[in-house]
Design a protein around this ligand. Structure first.
Ligand SMILES: [Zn+2]
Ligand SMILES: [Zn+2]
Length: 392
């Protein structure tokens, strides 16, 4: 382990340089063209086999060990977010309104670092190692993992174990966060059209006011989480967007609400969806309105960390003496890493980057999200050591 850390320290300037290059030029979901070119070029320089254009802009790298042990896949996502960066560094985003606000730039850099380490230690591998650079994690619907899997990323050679690492703003820098079992939620998006009948603001009795009804609906569905779902079952519901109306004295025809719900269990989810529908329909009906509710189809599954595998990963992480490994609570965010876990056992874990001394205090997705780059080499070491542990 100490040897890997020494090598990663030598690689550190390169890892940071790659991260900054990608940070300056963030690309949105499905458009990771320059990023995947950079990835393919770097992998080829290391002598790693490369397949490009996998499920769109995805890239798959492969180190063959020449042995018949387990095949390990390591995954990094590559897309940025539609966020205007407010971090003032010399490598700030050069694209207006696009930013690597979730740290996927660091994921790419760390995984390339791990690939460089593993290419050097190829003879210690007992099985092959694959590198999955995926598009569009932030898409939230189809995502990038699904098209890559459909394009054969998990086959040939068939992957036995899959691992992924996410940088996180709410854990201290240098702390790995891990947990076995359900780790991240199934994210469901919904859209509710509240339909009334427009009219004059001075005469609501002659209209059916969708603004009033939408307000009632927003409150009514919170009762699903507060009163109707078993409180020991993780569940959260948020209405995050309200749109309707054009002027202070015109009652509009329609108001549109958009929101998300997050669950870990199938029964909780189907009960919550049924309860939401009933609350929305009856509230709209009570005030003479109508509604149309749509739930997004085929959303990301629950990110489930296989127990035995995760125990071995945690043991491996603890060997990186310069870092700490903590058991953390599950997150209600969603991740399409979960789709790879449907194909092979695996573990998703976090690496903290919170460091107030360096101004790294904002959470992921914030326009002020800033990463403590000192942790990146440990991220690279962790991925490489997990691959060495499992590729046997
Ligand atoms: Zn994100
Ligand atoms: Zn992310």
């Amino acid at each position: 382990m100490q040897e890997l850390i020494k090598e990663a320290t030598l690689l550190e300037p390169k890892i940071i340089e790659i991260r900054r290059t990608i940070h300056e030029n963030p690309e949105l979901a499905y458009h990771e063209v320059a990023t995947s070119k950079l990835v393919a070029r770097e992998l080829r320089t290391m002598g790693v086999e490369v397949r490009t254009g996998v499920g769109g802009t995805g890239v798959v790298g492969l180190i063959r060990s020449g042995k018949k042990g387990k095949v390990v896949a390591l995954r990094a996502d590559m897309d940025g977010l539609p966020v205007q960066e407010e971090v003032d560094v010399e490598f700030s985003s050069r694209k207006r309104g696009v930013m690597h606000a979730c740290g996927h730039d660091t994921h790419v850099a760390m995984l390339l670092g791990a690939a460089a380490l593993l290419a050097k230690h190829r003879n210690q591998l007992g099985g092959d190692v694959k590198f999955l650079f995926q598009p569009a994690e932030e898409d939230g619907g189809k995502g990038g993992a699904k098209p890559m899997i459909e394009d054969g990323a998990m086959e040939n050679p068939k992957v036995d174990y899959v691992f992924g690492l996410h940088i996180i703003g709410d854990l201290p820098a240098g702390v790995f966060g891990i947990r076995a079992g359900p780790f991240m939620a199934k994210p469901d998006a919904f859209r509710i059209r509240v339909i009334g009948r427009g009219g004059h603001g001075s005469a609501p009795h002659d209209a059916i006011d969708p603004v009033y009804i939408a307000a009632q609906v927003t409150i009514a569905i919170q009762g699903v989480s507060g009163r109707m779902v078993n409180p020991i079952r993780p569940f959260v519901l948020s209405v995050c967007s309200v749109h309707g109306g054009s002027k202070n004295n015109v009652i509009p025809d329609e108001v549109v609400l958009e929101g998300t719900l997050r669950t870990f269990e199938r029964e909780t989810r189907s009960k919550a969806i049924a309860d939401i529908k009933r609350a929305v329909f009856s509230t709209c009906q009570a005030y003479g309105g109508r509604c149309v509710i749509e739930f997004q189809k085929d959303t990301y599954p629950v990110t489930y960390n296989d127990e035995k595998t995760t125990e071995r990963v945690a043991k491996t992480l603890r060997k990186i003496r310069q870092t700490k490994t903590r058991l953390i609570d599950p997150y209600l965010a969603g991740e399409d890493f979960s789709r790879f876990q449907r194909k092979a056992r695996g573990t998703f874990y976090y690496l903290g980057t919170n460091n107030p001394a360096k101004g790294c205090v904002s959470p992921n997705h914030s326009p002020r999200f800033k990463v403590d780059e000192d942790v990146l080499k440990y991220g690279a070491v962790s991925l490489a050591s997990v691959a060495l542990e499992f590729a046997r």
